[in-house]
Design a protein around this ligand. Structure first.
Ligand code: BEZ
Ligand code: FE
Length: 296
């Protein structure tokens, strides 16, 4: 008599076998994540009757984003950003209450660099003459108990008025428009810079092709990035956007929430235009863990 073997013979019969093969994974969280991911992927393939050619194309996309990732850009993170996954993870892990309305988290993006220069209070982030409207940014950092936090580090990075980060643009000096400030006894910080411009996410790689195929524009609304840290507190990674940007409601990476639209003031000093922004940050108690820089 032939022995009945546990072998798959229909699309739906495969999943239980795969799940059972992974069931002894000792790490419980890895076991749960891989079982759930595998279940969703199997269902996706079945629901969409994915063809062999489509599977090959998907594999090629993953190879392409890996190969397009290098010292200047991180195409894998960009892919996650364009699918809304990076923003989803930020929203899920950083619920924001009323009292911390200024402190919604936002995606990190691909351009943060560790070890930006430590700057004295009031320093200018521009390490070269920049065209564009000068800007002054101030604010305070508060702890979970609502008290001002002295000695917190406010790490800032931004694109220049042409919409390029320093490491995308050979014409900008190293670490241009990046800096770290330490808050004073009142939790305050203050720096000078140049008003950022909106810019397209990198479109030269496979993610650009995907955007074009989906008829999506690549323009992020103008913003400043902040990473605020202090031992004993969860690192706050966020962005602050200008209110008047035409792309505010169609950010290709879905990073804009109402609380992240900054109170930018467009004023004048000595007859010259000046932008001012005042923005506070509220940290939650927790472990101070920094992300791995997406680029070196
Ligand atoms: C950024 O804001 O730097 C960014 C975020 C996602 C994709 C590309 C750039
Ligand atoms: Fe950015």
């Amino acid at each position: 008599m032939r022995q009945t073997l546990s072998l798959p013979d229909t699309p739906a019969s495969l999943l239980p076998l795969v799940l059972s093969a992974m069931a002894d994974t000792p790490d419980a969280r890895l076991r749960q994540l891989m079982a759930s991911l595998t279940t969703h992927l199997h269902q996706f393939v079945i629901d969409n009757a994915v063809t062999e050619a489509e599977f090959e194309r998907a594999v090629q996309f993953l190879i392409d984003i890996g190969q397009a990732t290098g010292p200047k850009t991180n195409e894998v993170i960009l892919a996650a950003d364009l699918l809304g996954i990076s923003t989803l993870v930020a929203l899920l892990n950083n619920p924001s209450g009323e009292e911390s309305a200024d402190s919604h988290a936002a995606l990190l993006g691909p351009f943060w660099r560790a070890n930006a220069p430590a700057c004295p209070m009031g320093a200018n982030l521009a390490r070269t003459d920049c065209d564009g409207t000068p800007m002054e940014v101030c604010g305070r950092v508060f702890g979970a108990d609502g008290r001002p936090l002295a000695g917190a580090i406010v790490d800032v990075w931004q694109a220049d008025p042409k919409g390029l980060y320093e490491n995308q643009d050979p014409d900008q000096p190293d670490m241009n428009l990046r800096g770290r400030f330490e808050t004073d006894a009142d939790g305050g910080f203050f720096f000078r810079t140049v008003t950022p411009a909106g810019y397209p996410v990198p479109t030269g790689g496979p993610c650009g092709e995907l955007l074009a195929a989906q008829r999506r524009h690549p323009y992020r609304p103008a913003h400043l990035h902040f990473m605020v840290s202090r031992p004993g507190h969860k690192v706050l990674i966020t962005q602050v956007f200008t209110a008047e940007d035409r792309y505010l409601q169609s950010d290709p990476v879905f990073g804009v929430t109402q609380a992240l639209v900054g109170r930018f003031e467009h004023t004048q000093r000595d007859g010259r235009p000046l932008t001012r922004l005042s923005h506070d940050f509220h940290l939650c108690a927790g472990e101070m863990v920094f992300p791995k820089p997406p680029i070196p």
